[in-house]
Design a protein around this ligand. Structure first.
Ligand SMILES: Nc1ncnc2c1ncn2[C@@H]1O[C@H](COP(=O)(O)OP(=O)(O)O)[C@@H](O)[C@H]1O
Ligand SMILES: [Mg+2]
Length: 316
């Protein structure tokens, strides 16, 4: 499989008057064509910053180093016009908060149709027709009536589905969705899962940023686990959910209700401090002396794990 997005040594920092916060550090990750990759991790671990970096929509205050190649083009060096044609066209984006993602004074159909106008040859009337059929497909019914409504009259679940319709309106090559099930009730969650399954079956590459492990289990081919700005494990969904290697991945699974609801003790260290050694060591029941040293990313066949337990073990 060919990587469609290749991220190498990505570091993203935010500098304030009195602080410097590194939200992503030395992150290397390939996303392959047609796969669904779930990026999971606790709140504040850098998931949204990573998604926004791929889309090049981080605020100017972000200092970014590294490479983000999309089909061998480094997005961090791309011009504004190149980025405009990629964003929303080739790479679709479903942002974290659907309530903030819409213009309150524009009818829904127009907001969905806009990217078709920008990225395709559609006329407004053709784009409106397509916007209505997208709303229909994503079960915002009756679609012709809701298309003419403003976002304020939509429920949370409908907004979420309309957001997915907007993010996928021009058949993107890749879709990045940030917490698409957050705040959504169980019934709507299963509808959203079906939408992403349908896109997966159509061969669209998906990056699903989520802290919802059940959602990741339904959809992902691979899982990348982010902890405190670093990826600590990349593995197949099967291994992640049955034999996760990193103690943090293990702890995440143990905290699920079906596994006994045992939360990981302690909290993640603050992002603005200078970290030495393993960032998880103070919460890890397996921590050793050597965990005070920087931990390399050990590769094991196609998987990666950042933990000394895997030093010299199964490495390829
Ligand atoms: N624009 C910003 N300016 C300063 N700090 C930011 C900004 N955006 C995110 N951060 C910080 O970066 C870290 C990672 O944030 P985020 O990616 O939103 O976490 P997640 O999505 O995993 O919950 C957090 O400590 C957050 O406060
Ligand atoms: Mg987030």
């Amino acid at each position: 499989m060919q990587p469609i997005i290749e991220i190498s040594n990505l570091t993203i920092s935010f500098h304030g008057d009195e602080y410097c916060l590194t939200a992503i550090e030395e992150l290397t990750l390939s996303i392959f064509k047609g796969e669904t990759l779930a990026i999971i991790g606790e709140s504040g671990s850098g998931k949204s910053v990573l998604g926004q970096a791929i889309l090049s929509i981080l605020p100017e205050s972000a200092e970014i180093q590294g490479i983000i190649n999309y089909r061998e083009k480094n997005l961090l060096m791309a011009s504004d016009s190149e980025l405009e044609s990629i964003r929303g066209g080739l790479i679709g984006w479903v942002p974290q908060n659907p309530k903030m993602g819409f213009n309150p004074s524009m009818k829904m159909w127009k907001q969905i149709a806009e990217s078709m106008i920008i990225h395709t040859d559609s006329s407004w009337s053709e784009a409106k027709r397509q916007a209505i059929s997208l709303l229909e497909r994503f079960k915002v019914l009756p679609a012709d009536q809701w298309a003419d409504a403003y976002p304020v009259s939509y429920s949370g679940g409908m907004l979420q589905r309309a957001m997915v319709a907007m993010g996928t309106s021009v058949n993107p090559d890749v879709i990045i969705a940030d917490e698409p099930t957050k705040g959504v009730d169980l019934l709507n969650k299963s509808g959203i899962t079906d939408l992403f399954l349908e896109m997966k079956n159509r061969g669209i590459t998906q990056i699903l940023i989520t802290h919802d492990l059940d959602f990741a289990r339904e959809l992902a081919d691979r899982v990348a686990v982010l902890y405190c700005g670093q990826i600590v494990e990349i593995t197949s969904k099967e291994i992640f959910f049955t034999h996760p290697r990193h103690p943090y991945s293990h702890g995440l699974l143990q905290s699920l209700p079906q596994n006994g609801l045992c939360p990981i003790p302690g909290n993640a260290p603050p992002m603005h401090i200078v970290h030495t050694g393993c960032r998880f060591k103070d919460r890890c029941s397996d921590s050793k002396k050597e965990c005070k040293n920087p931990v390399p990313f050990f590769s094991m066949n196609k998987d990666y794990v950042r933990c000394f337990n895997y030093h010299n073990r199964d490495q390829s």
